[in-house]
Design a protein around this ligand. Structure first.
Ligand SMILES: NC(=O)c1ccc[n+]([C@@H]2O[C@H](COP(=O)([O-])OP(=O)(O)OC[C@H]3O[C@@H](n4cnc5c(N)ncnc54)[C@H](O)[C@@H]3O)[C@@H](O)[C@H]2O)c1
Length: 325
């Protein structure tokens, strides 16, 4: 790894570049955790977007227990990216998933960054090694990929390589954890990072089952949300299948089901998002949604997510209090 950065550990000011779906959500989270937020967007009024978003999500941020969620957020909007990052202790880049746009933005902000300021890109799947080509010195840039909506979902995927400042990941982890996030760190670069690859693997078969007329879109969704999805919210697939093996654990599970999984894996589909398949997804979603529009579905998702997070936190706290070790 290159260079050394101490970062700006108090992280008083976080710059958000791109005030869309992900940028506004990050901005709300950082503001609710007591940071001043500097906003820049090249196409929309970032201040107006953020204010509207904050109004909508403030009750959720309060329920999540973020320290300053009840206060007025401390923010400023800028007309130039360089001005937004100049005083920043950390930058979260949230512009569209296009290498050319991101590289052009990095070239614009690099001369304005203070030494030690880390730039986390929210990129869903672009490679760090490609994004680094937009920098003279790429040591400040890390992958810091959230899951939508970042103000609620705890996961942030982190990745830095040999060109990254030596403690950039560790320093960034502290910032994210101070806002209630849970981080994972990739050991090497893969397209789509980790969580999106897992999501893509599952969605591929979910689409295949619809395309092959095995079940409806709604029934695929129920199969996950009322089944394994419930378990995945509390433990990951490896640990759950370890329990599925009984006291013999993952070894017993593998011995019992190895042949079945090999047969199932060989039988999984390789669908493409053809117009016909997309048509089936659209009509399936219309049927599943019924009278519920986008806003209602989003609110239902967020309410249930917050309830789930609160409930699991309570269980963790009670178990820790009763743990004699
Ligand atoms: N949408 C998701 O579910 C999701 C989840 C995780 C990560 N991400 C990643 O987050 C990033 C942003 O995605 P999004 O869904 O918020 O997109 P979005 O289209 O909602 O928002 C992007 C914003 O960036 C602005 N913009 C465009 N070019 C710009 C530039 N050069 N400088 C400043 N602002 C610019 C746009 O006006 C827009 O407001 C992408 O890299 C995406 O892969 C998205």
């Amino acid at each position: 790894m290159a260079g050394h950065t101490l970062g700006h550990e108090n992280f008083k000011t976080v710059a958000i570049l791109g005030a869309g779906l992900i940028g506004c959500s990050w901005a709300a989270l950082f503001a609710a955790s007591g940071r001043r937020v500097h906003l820049f967007d090249s196409h929309v009024d970032a201040g107006e977007k953020f204010t509207e978003f904050w109004k909508a999500v403030q009750p959720t941020l309060i329920k999540l227990g973020l320290e300053k969620a009840g206060d007025e957020p401390d923010w400023a909007a800028f007309n130039a990216a360089a001005d937004a990052v100049r005083e920043a202790d950390f930058v979260q880049e949230c512009i569209p998933e296009r290498l050319d746009l991101k590289m052009a933005l990095y070239a614009e902000i690099e001369p304005a960054l203070r030494p030690g300021t880390i730039v986390g890109t929210s990129s869903s799947g672009l490679k760090l090694s490609d994004l680094q080509k937009g920098w003279k010195n790429p040591s400040s840039l890390i992958i810091a990929h959230p899951f939508n909506p970042p103000h609620i979902i705890p996961l942030v995927e982190l990745y830095g390589n040999d060109a990254t400042a030596v403690d950039a990941i560790q320093v960034s982890r502290r910032l994210y954890e101070s806002c209630g996030k849970q981080t994972i760190t990739l050991k090497r670069e893969v397209m789509g990072h980790v969580a999106n690859r897992l999501q893509a693997a599952l969605w591929r078969e979910a689409i295949n089952l619809v395309a092959e007329d095995v079940v409806s879109v709604g029934d695929v969704d129920t199969a996950i949300s009322a089944g394994p999805g419930m378990r995945w919210a509390v433990m990951g697939p490896h640990m759950l299948l370890n329990l599925g093996g009984g006291p013999g654990g993952i070894r017993a599970y593998c011995e019992q089901f190895r042949d079945s999984y090999h047969l199932w894996w060989d039988d999984l589909g390789q669908p493409k998002l053809t117009d016909e398949t997309i048509g089936k997804l659209i009509s399936g979603i219309a049927e599943e949604s019924g009278h519920r529009g986008y806003g209602q579905l989003r609110d239902e998702r967020d309410e249930k997510l917050v309830a789930l997070i609160s409930a699991t936190r309570n269980v963790d706290a009670a178990r820790a209090a009763n743990d004699p070790s």
